[in-house]
Design a protein around this ligand. Structure first.
Ligand code: CMC
Length: 426
């Protein structure tokens, strides 16, 4: 294969280097294009644009492959834990027993919230969207840890990581309890990450919540499956914000905002809303699929399709199997699961979806599991954010080594120069 690409423009020929990734992905490096030709590239939605080189996560969307730092997602989901995987993503290697223990201890040491932060919750109205609360409170952490606004060495980075990873779940659980008007349940120093989150969500002063281990494992695996996904919308946002040398708290808070939308993390809520309304209205799968295919209705099958996967999203396969196992073990018969399975089967046989390579994505079944765990729908996207936190942190750190601000260009299509019109003449 060639190692340069030739571009002919305005009668001039320029050679552009080809960059090859470690898995053989090929990219044309256009970084000198404007300087040499005066042209820029236009790729709205970035479907063909590599924004960075990255060592963290590999996806082959055609083959349905996802690997964190080289490890297949299937193996990590079976053998690892969310915290071990977070360590892997952030520091690049699986931890030794001592490294894992000291990371866990660090998280335990930082899981409480400063009283000043805790009081923030009193001023959010009870029905505040938990994603708004999460983004605001993560950003507010900058005010309480000013020593971490500038990360000058790895020790500072480690402290910032521990504070964010530990506190994000405390913030999430506090926002849930505050929304219900319940007292706050503080984190427990002896509980592991996911069990501790469930404790903060569901334990009351008079009743310690003691979940079935199946539930804890399912939650931990869901977090792990969400932990990174290379340059998606929220991660690109985190890297973009971080490229201005904004601090880690501000950058991940921006990631939460980007994740919120229904085409991204908000899809897990949209799936449950969709299934709920089908059940409520008694709408058949056949009729609903028909409505989706009729483009004038503007309806999408939520939890289906992906910008990168043109084959099964490997996370969706694992989540579906966890969902089936967990519901069977807990003897939960949820009509929503049957409806989701029926819808999936119908879509996978329908030419509309087949020809567009639309398969279930990570969000198709995750809402059904979260519901079964007892997590309210309003918190689903927050769960995604907790899971994605190690990925955002790892990507922010990688970006921080590359000291160039991200600043795309545009093709201007507005009015050309015109004179100011006085108010009386308009
Ligand atoms: N239902 C019906 N039609 C769809 C869907 C869907 N879910 N997704 C894409 N299409 C159609 C789309 O209408 C278009 O058709 P046509 O070629 O006739 O115009 C074609 O498929 C290509 O769609 P696109 O919008 O150009 O694809 P994209 O890569 O820009 O969008 C997506 C990817 C995930 C935003 C989109 O598939 C979608 O809206 N899915 C539903 C929302 C969803 O589940 N989001 C979660 C994504 S995974 C987790 C995450 O990243 O947060």
């Amino acid at each position: 294969m060639t190692d340069t690409a030739k571009l002919q423009v305005d009668g001039k020929s320029v050679e552009l280097p080809i960059i090859v990734g470690s898995e053989g992905e090929r990219a044309i490096d256009v970084s000198k294009l404007r300087a040499e030709t005066g042209y820029i590239t236009l790729d709205q939605g970035y479907g063909n644009t590599g924004s960075c080189k990255s060592d963290i996560t590999f996806i082959d969307g055609e083959k349905g492959i996802l690997r964190y730092r080289g490890y297949p997602i299937e193996e990590l989901a079976e053998k690892s834990s969310f915290i071990e995987t977070a360590y892997l993503l952030i520091w690049g290697e699986l931890p030794t027993q001592e490294q894992l223990q000291s990371f866990s201890d660090l998280l335990t040491g930082h899981q409480m919230l400063h009283e000043g932060i805790r009081r923030h919750f009193d001023f959010f109205p009870p029905k505040s969207p938990p994603m708004a609360v999460l983004s605001s409170v993560l950003n507010a952490l900058s005010c309480f840890h000013p020593q971490l606004l500038e990360i000058t060495d790895d020790n500072f980075f480690q402290e910032a990581v521990a504070r964010i990873m530990a506190k994000v779940r405390t913030i999430a659980a506090f926002s849930h309890r505050h929304a219900l008007g319940y007292n706050i349940t503080y984190p427990h120093p002896d509980k592991k990450y996911s069990a501790n989150f469930l404790h903060m969500m569901f334990s009351d002063p008079y009743n310690d919540y003691d979940p079935d281990p199946v539930i804890v494992r399912a939650l931990d695996t869901i977090l792990l499956l969400h932990a990174d996904h290379e340059q998606n919308c929220s991660t690109s946002t985190v890297r973009m914000v971080g490229s201005s040398e904004a601090n880690l708290f501000a950058s991940v808070a921006a990631g939460v905002s980007a994740l919120w939308g229904p085409l991204h993390g908000g899809a897990n809520v949209a799936v449950v809303d969709m299934l709920d309304s089908m059940l409520d209205e008694g709408l058949s799968v056949k009729d609903f699929v028909g409505q989706i295919k009729d483009k004038k209705n503007g309806i999408r099958l939520m939890g289906f399709g992906h910008r990168v996967y043109k084959n099964f999203d490997p996370r969706a396969k694992i989540i579906k199997s966890i969902c089936n196992d967990m519901l069977a073990k807990l003897s939960i018969d949820d009509p929503m699961l049957s409806m989701a399975e029926e819808l999936e089967a119908a879509a996978l046989e329908d030419d509309y979806f087949v020809s567009r390579k639309l398969y279930p994505n990570v969000d198709f079944y995750s809402g059904v599991i979260l519901r079964a765990i007892g997590i309210p729908k309003e918190m689903f996207t927050v769960m995604f954010a907790i899971g994605r936190m190690p990925g955002w942190i790892a990507q922010w750190y990688e970006e921080s080594k590359f000291t160039k601000i991200s600043r795309p260009r545009q093709v201007y299509t507005g009015a050309t120069e015109r004179g100011y019109v006085p108010m009386s003449d308009r």
